[in-house]
Design a protein around this ligand. Sequence first.
Ligand code: BTN
Length: 246
Amino acid sequence: MTDIFGWKYVHFDIIGSTNDEAKNYCSGLYGKTIIHADQQTAGRGRRGRNWVSQKGNLFFSLVFEYNLQKLGFLVMISALSLAQAVEELSKQTKPQLKWPNDVLLNGAKLSGILLEKGEGNYIIVGIGVNIASAPENSELLYRATSLKDNGINCTAKEFLRIYLQKFNYQLNKIAENEITYLRQEWLKRAYGIGKSLIVRQEEKTEHGVFSGIDDNMALLLEQDGKIKKILVGDVFFENGDKNGRI
Ligand code: BTN
């Protein structure tokens, strides 16, 4: 097994889902591990959805011990590190962060993050990035884009290396309790502050104005002058296309 920036690196040409494989690494035997695959046959998205996993794109899972009480911070840095990796590759590109954990380029979704609890204190952060192509499918919840569509050329492995450096840096910030710094970095890139939005949850739908996030990554929704904290849901902005997609 090789090592990249302090993480054990496990590579597969093809696999069902890197998040599923990561479950086998929730043990002190391995330490911090990355599972990277060139292709997935059963890639999973948030809330039971499928994640289209085309060759040329990046699919990986980070598996490591983490204090689950600080889960909100992890959501924050997982997406923030993606945005920073894009910024490092292209200074003129301005990625935006869409709550809870999407990265947008020109209003379309570049990547997805699926956080899952592993065994014991282990957490699995599964990330998909559209490097070379974006899935085209009218069933997609949000419009998709790729780095290539935005004139950024790099390989999946190159992106992974840049991401890991950013992620390690932010993980240290959590350890140092620099949460205000992390929240500010997230908010600097936030998509849609002050815009009207709809949050679709399993049982209900909330409407309001996006007013920011708190330190635990809850979405702050203004409704009739009052702030409501939202912990889960799919966000749609009212300036989206006919399906409400942005
Ligand atoms: C989303 O719905 O936006 C989250 C998508 C997460 C996809 C990644 S790809 C690598 C890892 N393995 C999976 O099966 N899912 C995550």
